[in-house]
Write a protein that binds this ligand. Structure first.
Ligand code: HEC
Length: 197
């Protein structure tokens, strides 16, 4: 049995070998193809690029109310979060923030992280200090959805509801960062003092 399988395996290997000196994994890259905007005799309009079929919509088009789907209304960022908020929303926001944002902006959103420490060009800014605290909610939403400058987009990872939950949690961190110890309710102040010792 052994004698039969070995020649078969060699035959399969040989059939994959285009160049004679090893496996050719580049066939897809090397095959005949058109580049963008190249002419083509195949189609009657002489162009290689095709129009999408009628009624095609872009996969990344934001559907639904613009203030919720895009964080803007009449071409302006919405100032406040346009979806109902609850403790559960903030819990979701916290979980997404700690996974997706904290590696760069820090768990407290203050810009203290290993990534920030090692970034030289433009560091992830503090999200709990000016000028980010002055940004309208819709702007923060769009930064998450589309990215901004050196920051990549998280639109693929976070859907509309998750993005607003993260914006809400960022707002909570901002409020938290600005509260003086004296402004805390007595019980919470006591606990904060104990933990600070
Ligand atoms: C890979 C690192 C990284 C991650 C992860 C990241 N950011 Fe950023 N963020 C940056 C950097 C860098 C900038 C500054 C970009 C620049 O100035 O080019 C920035 C800028 C921002 C700004 C300021 C935008 C403005 O208009 O000034 C906000 C708000 C922000 N990030 C929110 C978030 C949120 C919310 C998340 C999580 C969904 C997140 N970021 C995840 C690196 C990151």
């Amino acid at each position: 049995m052994k004698n039969v399988t070995l020649p078969c395996a060699l035959l399969v290997l040989a059939s994959c070998n285009n160049s004679g000196d090893g496996m050719d994994f580049e066939r897809m890259v090397n095959q005949a193809r058109y580049e963008y905007y190249e002419p083509s005799e195949y189609f009657s309009d002489g162009r290689a690029m095709r129009e999408p079929p009628e009624g095609t919509v872009p996969a990344d088009r934001a559907l639904g109310e613009p203030r919720v789907a895009r964080g803007e209304e009449g071409g302006q960022y919405v100032e406040t979060i346009p979806v109902p908020l609850s403790r559960a929303t903030l819990e979701v926001g916290r979980s997404r923030f700690e996974t997706m944002c904290a590696p760069c902006h820090g768990v407290l959103g203050d810009g203290v992280s290993v990534v920030a420490h090692n970034m030289t060009l433009r560091k992830p800014p503090s999200l709990v200090a000016s000028p980010v605290t002055e940004l309208p909610a819709g702007r923060v939403y769009q930064v998450i959805a589309n990215g901004y400058g050196l920051m990549p987009s998280y639109g693929q990872e976070l859907g509309v509801a998750d993005r607003w939950a993260v914006v809400a949690y960022v707002r909570a961190l901002q409020v938290h960062a600005g509260v003086p110890l004296d402004g805390l309710p007595a019980q919470v102040r006591q606990r904060a003092l104990e933990e600070l010792q």
